[in-house]
Design a protein around this ligand. Structure first.
Ligand code: PLP
Length: 358
């Protein structure tokens, strides 16, 4: 036994009051909390992946450069493979961006937004500078330009369509920031397949633009953890310095390639989700006292006259898990992901009954 071991003398002081990220896991609930694709993987694509992977593949390390996948993505996005980097979910790429550029510096984020920018920025020893969105959740362009012009700010993050608010930013607004920024401007387009205009056409003109994408939402691969980013090769070369060598496993690489080669079933699923979005938005808006916020993503943020906790717990008690995003920037707000037609019907039925019983 080592009696002199003193853990508290070894831990990072700046992380002492940090609470580890916790994603609640409940078996047997209707899961509408994480903006996943509710339709499951097309069996024919799954079979194709299993056919492609041989036992030999599994005992070797994966291609660290994920060249085949980057070529598939290049055909999909029309951006050269050299300008593409893949990650173990876009979460990992956010961490890489923060480690490569924001460590010991400041990073500006248009808030309220996805929490992982703050989590990974902190892990990388960066300091968060919040640039609050305006009342309609559009970005504060002048505020972001101001932040991005400070020499100590190395990264600016804008999510579009934004989670959890659902609104998208026009590329013209982002271009104003890009033009004046001395920082890397990250545009997280995780929900781009569901709406909003992409910033991809700006890539050739702005070496400081980084676009993040994921296979977790439109392509139903949240369980396989594949994300990618698009950027100038010089930016990618910096990111490669902090990348885990074999970050994307053999199976995930093969699965993402199979998705790229079989887009029609995924496009059908996206179409269904968009139809459900319209239906659910209309139904939510009809409930007295409920405000549903317009969305371009696969989720809807809403507020009711009751406390958000009461709605969240009431739904969970009846087997429906959504996200409570209530807080100073989003008072009383909740976010529901679009599920299948049946899941959405059950959610609406339970929500109405909770509101009715007050
Ligand atoms: C805006 C945004 N970016 C990134 C992610 C993370 O995606 P991934 O599963 O690729 O790590 C999410 C997941 O919810 C998200 O909402």
């Amino acid at each position: 036994m080592n009696r002199t071991f003193n853990l508290s003398a070894l831990v990072r002081e700046d992380l002492q009051d940090m609470i580890p990220y916790d994603a609640p896991y409940y078996a047997d609930v209707i899961k509408l909390d994480a903006n996943e694709n509710p339709y499951g993987f097309p069996p024919e694509v799954l079979n194709q992946i299993f056919r492609e992977i041989s036992a030999g593949d599994l005992c070797r390390y994966p291609d660290a450069a994920a060249l085949t996948l980057r070529k598939c993505l290049s055909d999909y996005i029309l951006v050269k493979p050299d300008n593409i980097m893949v990650g173990n979910g876009s979460d990992e790429l956010i961490l890489n961006l923060m480690l490569a550029f924001a460590s010991g510096a400041k990073y500006a984020v248009a808030t309220p937004t996805f929490s992982m920018y703050g989590v990974h920025g902190r892990i990388a020893s960066g300091t968060l500078l919040e640039v609050p969105r305006l009342d309609d959740f559009s970005i504060d362009v002048d505020g972001l330009i101001n932040a991005a012009s400070k020499p100590e700010v190395k990264v600016v993050v804008i999510c579009s369509p934004n989670s959890p608010t659902g609104n998208a930013v026009l590329p013209g607004e982002i271009e104003k920031v890009l033009r004046q920024a001395n920082a890397i401007v990250v545009v997280d387009e995780a929900y781009n397949e569901f709406g909003g205009e992409s910033c991809v056409p700006l890539l050739d003109s702005y070496a400081n633009l980084v676009i993040l994408r994921t296979f977790s939402k439109a392509f139903g691969m949240a369980g396989l953890r594949v994300g990618y980013l698009l950027a100038d090769i010089r930016v990618i070369n910096e990111l490669l310095k902090v990348k885990q060598p074999y970050n994307l496993n053999v199976f995930s690489q093969a699965a993402a390639c199979a998705v790229m080669r079989n887009l029609p079933p995924f496009k059908d699923r996206i179409k269904n989700i968009l139809q459900e979005r319209e239906k659910l938005f209309e139904e939510l808006s009809k409930i007295p006292g409920v405000k549903a916020f317009p969305t371009q993503a696969n989720f809807i943020m809403f507020r009711t006259a009751l406390p958000a906790d009461k709605i969240y717990n009431g739904l969970l008690g009846q087997g429906v898990l959504i996200r409570n995003v209530d807080g100073p920037l989003l008072p009383g707000c909740l976010r529901v992901s679009l599920g299948t037609a049946e899941e959405n019907r059950i959610f609406m039925e339970k929500l109405k009954s909770i509101i009715k019983s007050g």
